[in-house]
Design a protein around this ligand. Structure first.
Ligand SMILES: [Cu+2]
Length: 79
């Protein structure tokens, strides 16, 4: 492993299926919640399909933390 800690390096992607989003406000609330999880880099939330595509550093973030953030906003994550 090299010592370059510029912030890139490790990156994973996952898709969460989110229940309860009904409008653009919901979409933005979910996106904001995901982006506040440490280690999450990008979150693309799609209202029509009810999904959120997240890229993150797997050494800093995990799915459970993302689910908790989404649920903290009042939405549910289904697997
Ligand atoms: Cu809404």
């Amino acid at each position: 492993m090299n010592a370059d800690s510029a912030g890139s390096g490790y990156e994973s992607t996952l898709v969460l299926h989110i229940e309860g989003m009904s409008c653009n406000h919901c979409r933005i609330a979910v996106q904001r919640a995901l982006l506040q999880v440490p280690g999450v880099r990008t979150a693309e939330v799609d209202l029509a399909s009810g999904t959120a595509k997240v890229t993150f550093d797997p050494t800093r973030a995990n799915r459970l933390e993302m689910e908790k953030a989404v649920e903290g906003e009042g939405y549910r994550v289904s697997s």
